[in-house]
Design a binder for this molecule. Structure first.
Ligand code: ADP
Length: 198
């Protein structure tokens, strides 16, 4: 089964993806993680994206599509969880093509719905916790970049909600519930067929 976790920064996509990896043996593909890796490895591409990411803007479709293409070719027995990808309509079209090329399809898109004020609190809280624990703080977890990331989400990514709704693949989940409650709702969406477009 291949799924997308869709939602603004701070919605809990990473937390839920990790749980699905542990319980279902799925493979998480986070373009954010891949880009951060490229950034720290000092490759040409890493240098190109570092600036864009620090500002909170989106890197070009070509770059992220290239990253996903490589990973898809390797296959995943338990299926893929796309986390932070696609983020634009061209990326969504590219994903459909890449999956078709691999003889695969997209099974479900889970939209984690979260209130904007909660997102800001969560991300600022995450950065403060990391700083207090002496852990690295993400360069884009500051108020200014966060604003850019939220605007990018609403402008460029949120049209995907309608796109996948029209394809009958969308399930909306209340991302404000506890981690366990969200896990349960996602499990129902993935295991039950009666939840299409709820
Ligand atoms: P967030 O918590 O903001 O959802 P991510 O770790 O998913 O963070 O992504 C961090 C940054 O990496 C984004 O702000 C953007 O600059 C870049 N990025 C990640 N995925 C994509 C993508 N699919 N398309 C364009 N840029 C991306």
């Amino acid at each position: 089964m291949n799924i997308i976790l869709l939602g603004p920064p701070g919605a809990g996509k990473g937390t839920q993806a990790r749980h699905l990896v542990e319980t279902r043996g799925m493979v998480q593909l986070s373009t954010g993680d891949m880009l951060r890796e490229a950034k720290s490895s000092g490759t040409e591409m890493g240098k190109v994206v570092a600036d864009v990411m620090a500002r909170g803007a989106l890197v070009t479709d070509d770059i992220v599509i290239g990253l996903i293409r490589e990973k898809l070719a390797a296959g995943a027995e338990g299926g893929f969880i796309f986390d932070g990808f696609p983020r634009t309509l061209p990326q969504a079209d590219a994903l459909a093509e890449l999956l078709a090329y691999e003889g695969q399809s997209l099974d479900r898109v889970i939209e984690l719905q979260v209130d904007e004020n909660v997102l800001i609190d969560r991300i600022v809280g995450r950065a403060q916790e990391a700083a207090a624990a002496g852990q690295p703080v993400r360069e884009d977890d500051n108020a200014e970049s966060l604003k850019t990331r939220l605007i990018a989400y609403y402008k460029q990514t949120s049209p995907l909600v309608g796109y996948y709704y029209a394809k009958g693949k969308l399930t909306r989940v209340d991302g404000l519930g506890s981690i366990d409650a969200v896990q349960d709702e996602i499990a129902i969406a993935l295991d039950g067929s009666s939840t299409a477009n709820t």
